[in-house]
Design a protein around this ligand. Structure first.
Ligand code: FAD
Length: 317
């Protein structure tokens, strides 16, 4: 966990960011424009999300069904390589179970290893629009913990083809997701926490949390993790609310709650400019309290927009 460890050793809260690959058809310059001002502030690492292929089906008059890909944000791995080349900052691709069988995963891991990308955030992935619940690929992984096991095996030189002799080890450092307000599918918080512990016991070296707007939820989550023997760094994930539509969209999409004080102020705001001010003020206060509590890193969900974050970071770090 070099990038996380470094931040911890410096005993000063660092920051990291998550960006999305650009929408298909946009230039990579879009990413550099987002990252240039943030890179100057020296992030510990830069996460790049993974967006699984989605399909639409078109039925022709002759009865044949045509499958068309509508993947909107390709390029995760290439963007990570470009970030590492350009900024010399660790890039962390998100790697997911959905859409990959074990062979695809192994090939992707070999490619990442050859590119010098050694840090991964290992996830199950969300169901795509055409699925009501997550469906794994045939011979793919159902849970992040299974994907994680494959990566740990590769780190020990164990490939799917166990006839491969003298095969090279990889050296991936693995982060996983944690949910201070419970993963939406889990029957209860403790069961979800048990699965998180499983991921850590199998070799995850740090946890990045889902966004939260009430620090107490994060503090309680950390306490509960520590109580069951999860001892790895738990990096808080943070997102400032910037538009009116997010007031309802974020709780619905990410299954998180807005505290009364924040929600009441936001619903009173009559324009986006005011919403953004309230959102930024809230996140600055969250960050300040988290820093006081010596979190190693503040992780920002930027949605590939940097303007507000530079201001926030300058205020808190
Ligand atoms: P898991 O750890 O597999 O857990 C999924 C559910 O299964 C949970 O309810 C858990 O309690 C349960 N569970 C786990 N193991 C078992 C078991 N053995 N038996 C029964 N139940 C079990 N999605 C993307 O598609 N692309 C991204 O780039 C992306 N980035 C993300 C980044 C962060 C920081 C976070 C928090 C989420 C991200 N997501 C991303 C969304 C994520 O993929 C979803 O939240 C997904 O629904 C769960 O992923 P997970 O890795 O937490 O799954």
């Amino acid at each position: 966990t070099e990038h996380v460890q470094r931040a911890i050793e410096q005993k000063k809260t660092a920051f990291s960011v998550e960006i999305l690959p650009p929408v298909k058809g946009q230039n990579i310059q879009h990413i550099f424009q987002t990252l240039d001002p943030l890179a100057e502030l020296n992030p510990a690492f830069i996460d790049v999300t993974y967006h699984r292929e989605e399909y639409v089906y078109k039925k022709h008059l002759n009865g044949l069904l045509e499958r068309k890909s509508v993947r909107k944000r390709p390029g995760t791995v290439a963007i990570c390589a470009a970030i590492q080349n350009h900024y010399k900052i660790d890039a962390v691709p998100h790697i997911i179970c959905g859409g990959f069988d074990k062979e695809d995963t192994e090939n992707a891991l070999i490619e990442l290893n050859f590119l010098g990308i050694d840090n991964l955030l290992v996830l199950r992935g969300d169901p795509i629009k055409s699925e009501s619940t997550f469906i794994p690929e045939p011979n793919g992984h159902r849970y992040a913990s299974e994907l994680l096991e494959q990566i740990v095996n590769l780190n020990q030189g164990k490939y799917l083809d166990d006839e491969l002799l003298n095969s090279a080890n990889t050296n991936f450092c693995i982060g996983v997701a944690g949910y201070p307000e419970k993963h939406f599918e889990a029957p209860n918080f403790n069961i979800d926490l048990g699965y998180l512990k499983k991921k850590v016991d199998l070799g995850a070296e740090y946890i990045v949390t889902q966004m939260f707007f009430d620090n107490q939820k994060y503090f309680d989550f950390v306490d509960k993790c520590r109580a069951i023997g999860i001892n790895v760094p738990i990096i808080p994930g943070l997102k400032p609310i910037t538009t009116k539509s997010q007031i309802t969209a974020l709780p619905k999409t990410f299954h998180v709650d807005l505290p009364d004080d924040l929600a009441n102020e936001l619903v009173k705001a009559d324009e986006n400019k005011r919403v953004k001010e309230i959102g930024e003020e809230w996140i600055v206060n969250q960050c300040k309290e988290l820093i006081q509590n010596e979190v190693p890193i503040l992780h920002f969900y930027t949605m590939s927009k940097s303007d507000g974050f530079v201001k926030i970071l300058k205020e808190v770090l």
